[in-house]
Design a protein. Sequence first.
Length: 336
Amino acid sequence: MTGRLLNWGILGCAGIARKAMIPAITGSRNGRVAAVASRDAAKARAFADELGIARACGSYDELLRDPSVDVIYNPLPNHLHVPMTIAALAAGKPVLCEKPLGLSAAEVQLLQAAQRRFGLPVAEAFMVRFHPQWQAARDLLRSGRLGELRAIHTVFTYFNADPDNVRNRPELGGGGLYDVGCYAVNTARFLLEAEPEAAIGLFERDPAFGTDRLTSGLVSFPGGARLAFTCATQAALTQEALIIGTKGRLHIPVAFNPPPDMAATIVFDDCRDLIGTGREVITLPPADQYRLLAEAFADTVLGQAAALEDIASSISNMRALDALLRSATTGRWETL
C-alpha cells in the first residue's frame, strides 16, 4: 500500500461521517473515500451521491468483501462497534472505529483478542488528542509551568431530545456518558499520562428514553489528581476544560470541537491574582483534528508511522466508564 492513497470504506451513513470524517479523509494527504455502505441500498446511493462517493453498497458485508477497499471507518451505533469491527478484521481490513470502542471493557477485550488474531491495526477515533490545543496543553504541563496537576474540570453538553436518535436509545448504546463523557476520561488520561484508580458518578436518566441525559463524575488518578466532569444530552451547548495545577491553571474554551477553519486559543494564568494579571493567551493555528486523525491512522496502515494508541488504552478508558456506571447502582466509589 505504500506510495498510494488508501481507499476508505464507510460503514453506515452516520452524521459524524457526513459532517466530519468524510470531508477529513477527502482532504487528507494519504486517503480517499471509495465506498459507503448501508443496509438500505437507496440510502447508501443517495448518501454517496450527496458526498461524491463513487461506490454505494447495499449491505455492510458487500463493503467488507470489496477488494478495492483498504481500510474501514466504523461510525455505526455504539452496540455495533465491536461486532462490525471484528467482521472487518476478519475480512482483512484495518479499522478506525468511533468512540466508545465498545460498551464495556469486557467487550473491548473480545475485540483485542480478534485484533491480535488477525494482526491488523484498530484505533478508537479520539480525534481531540491530535488537535494542537491539547498537545500544547500537555506540553505546558510537561514544562512545569502549571506545577503539579491537581484537578481537571470538563463540561461537554448539547441538546437532543429526538426519540429516534441513536443517542437516545439505550439498546443501541445511547446516553451522554458513552457519547461525550468518554472524552472527559480520555483527555484526562492524555494530560496526566496515567490511568484512573477509582470513579463515582451521578446519573439522571430520561424517564421516556432510559438513557443518561445528565451525568457528573469524579475520577481519581495516582498521586491524588482528580477529574471532575459533567456531560449531558439535554442541556445548552457547552464545551470547555479547566486544568488546575499548584502554580497555575489553563482554560480551553472550546475543548472538544474547535472549528477546523479557525484558530484555537487556550488561556494560561499563573494565578498571581484573581483579575488576570498573569494571563497569557496562546493562539494555535487552525487544524482539522479529524483530518489529522485520519492521516495518522492511514500512516499506521501504510507502515509509515508507529501505531496509534492500542486497544489496551481503549480498555483502560472503558474501565473508567464501567466504574462510573457501577457506582450508579452502588452509590460509592468503584475501583478500576
